[in-house]
Ligand binder design. Structure first.
Ligand SMILES: Cc1cc2nc3c(=O)[nH]c(=O)nc-3n(C[C@H](O)[C@H](O)[C@H](O)COP(=O)(O)O)c2cc1C
Length: 209
């Protein structure tokens, strides 16, 4: 069973989402011996933005330059890594009400028509069913239902939309929020998130055993 662990925070050792995503990966690895873990740090090794040249080269409209060949190969590697994973763990901080641009660049490489979704007569169809995706979200403020800025929450809502669109139905979200509201609130939020992680169920193959 393969686990893909992705981080996107720019805050290195001070990152809350990195701490929670690592705890998730550890928790699953602990409960499933032989879990094959691949780690990708989108901040340390950012993916380039999509380009018109890449699309044109893919469609055979322009010849592939060496730079675009490299980009296509990187894109395919990212997609294969995602498609090959049974479990995907993602650290997703809120920056300016949305996900980090580094994470968006990764999503742009995995949301590929004909590979992870397609449009048919009945509308869009996701093609990545069967995967378990667990997302660790960190936010400085509070965005729960009823809060004054609930409508500004574009991390969880976006990630639910995009993973739903590509067919992921097994999506779990762990939230640590209020992290910028003082050390006590931060500690409490992290404690709550880590407790939620400790309650995540073991990978399916072990549950059946
Ligand atoms: C560039 C930047 C933008 C941020 N924007 C927001 C924001 O819009 N809303 C919010 O609640 N917190 C915001 N924060 C606070 C982060 O969500 C908070 O620090 C969280 O811990 C980030 O996750 P990380 O520690 O894993 O990077 C921002 C932080 C940074 C560094």
């Amino acid at each position: 069973m393969k686990l893909l662990h992705i981080d996107s925070s720019i805050l290195g050792g001070n990152s809350a989402s990195r701490q929670v995503s690592a705890a998730i990966a550890d928790q699953l690895a602990k409960s499933a011996s032989g879990l094959d873990v691949t780690y990708r740090d989108l901040s340390a090794a950012p993916l380039p933005h999509l380009s018109g040249e890449l699309f044109a080269a893919r469609q055979g409209v322009v010849p592939e330059s060496p730079a675009i060949q490299k980009d296509i190969a990187a894109s395919e590697a990212v997609l294969d890594e995602f498609m090959g994973a049974d479990i995907v763990v993602i650290g997703a901080p809120m920056y300016n009400f949305g996900i980090p641009s580094q994470l968006k660049a990764w999503i742009d490489r995995i949301a590929v028509a004909g590979k992870t979704f397609r449009y048919g007569a009945a509308g869009p169809e996701g093609l990545t069913g069967g995967k378990r995706v667990i997302i660790a979200i960190s936010r400085g403020g509070l965005y729960g239902p009823g809060t004054p800025v609930a409508a500004f929450e574009h991390v969880e809502s976006y990630l639910r939309a995009v993973f739903g669109f590509i067919g992921v139905t097994n999506l779990e979200i762990v939230v640590a929020e209020g992290l910028a509201m003082g050390p006590e609130k931060r500690a409490k939020a992290m404690q709550g998130a880590l407790k939620a992680v400790s309650q995540l169920h073991a990978p399916a193959q072990l549950q059946a055993a």
